[in-house]
Design a protein around this ligand. Structure first.
Ligand code: 13P
Ligand code: SF4
Length: 317
């Protein structure tokens, strides 16, 4: 029996993970921002929407969510009878942290005639105060389905809220939250890259600031950006989101060139989410082996939070 401190070589880790997965009827899910080696061993890779959809329909007994805590919580809320494991419980999210449930509750109470829409990058407690959850993959579609005169509160991502307001013509009231990764891309550095690569198209996640959304050839969720790159006819792209997505882009389009966009203050040429990168093969192996850390959600909170998540799944069909 290995102790948690014994580090195994990558080949052995992959073998052990495959063996444990079978033994425990486990499904390994990974977000596109995970390390390459985790995306390689995952049974399912997707954006936040696809991960939620997959969690809702899996018949596995155990879900190993290789992403960040809110993704694990969403899976647990959708599958309360399954064991949901997360390789590193420190995998938080600065965007989810920018929305304190107590402060959000006061904001909601101050606008009683508003429908509350929350981005999936929130704690279960914030989801419990919400009418409809959305992801970057379905926010536009869901907002467009609501009556034109419906008053809406949108939180926590201000940049995504501005984007949705601009494409739908709505005037949603926005919470002032942001993701530390997407909020720090440098438009100046990206314009310089564009000068050096005039034929490159610019792909931007809607969590980026408005000026970047405005210079984009495509604004979309990680899955939408991937899809665009796959079907579009350009040969080169500047990718303005967390650099983990480049792994799947290069896999799907091996003959195209993908250039990661740098952050304002970065020394390196890309922009990484330190939370997403906390998960390693070793931690996935240990989680499967030990059946922990397990995601738990207060049942009272989960009972309230499941309604807006289910509403999202219905409305994004
Ligand atoms: P997607 O839903 O587009 O995958 O985004 C999740 C996320 O955390 C973006 O920072
Ligand atoms: Fe959260 Fe930003 Fe990391 Fe996405 S990239 S998980 S929004 S901190």
């Amino acid at each position: 029996m290995n102790s948690t401190s014994e580090l195994l070589p990558a080949g052995q880790l992959r073998e052990e993970i495959a063996r444990l997965k079978k033994e425990k009827n486990a499904l390994i899910m990974a977000h596109y921002y995970q390390r390459d080696e985790i995306q390689e061993i995952a049974d399912f890779i997707g954006d936040s929407l696809a991960l939620a959809r997959q969690a809702a329909k899996t018949d596995a007994d155990v879900i190993v969510m290789c992403g960040v805590n809110f993704m694990g919580e969403t899976a647990k809320i959708l599958c309360p009878d399954k064991t949901v494991l997360i390789p590193d419980t420190n995998a938080g999210c600065s965007l989810a942290d920018s929305c304190d449930p107590k402060e959000f509750e006061a904001f909601v109470k101050a606008h009683p005639d508003h429908t509350v829409i929350s981005y999936v990058n929130t704690s279960a407690a914030v989801k419990a105060l919400t009418d409809i959850v959305v992801t970057s993959g379905n926010a536009r579609k869901i907002v467009e389905k609501l009556p034109e005169d419906e008053k809406i509160i949108f939180g926590p991502d201000h940049n995504l809220g501005e984007y949705i307001n601009s494409v739908t013509g709505k005037n949603m009231l926005l919470w002032n939250g942001a993701c530390h990764v997407h909020d720090r891309f440098s438009i100046q550095k990206i314009m310089e890259m564009k000068k050096e690569h005039p034929g490159a198209k610019i792909l931007v996640h809607p969590e980026c600031r408005r000026p970047l959304q405005l210079i984009a050839d495509k604004v979309g969720s990680t899955a939408a950006l991937l899809d665009f790159a796959h079907t579009d006819d350009a040969q080169e792209y500047i990718v303005v989101t967390e650099s983990g997505i480049l792994f799947e882009m290069r896999k799907k389009c091996p003959h195209k060139t993908f250039l990661p966009a740098p952050a304002e203050d970065a020394e390196c040429q890309c922009n990484e989410c330190d939370y997403m990168k906390l998960n390693t093969l070793q931690k996935v192996y240990e989680a499967l082996r030990d059946g922990k850390p397990e995601v738990t959600v207060d049942p009272e909170v989960a009972e309230k939070a499941i309604r807006p998540i289910k509403r999202m799944l219905e409305l994004s069909e």
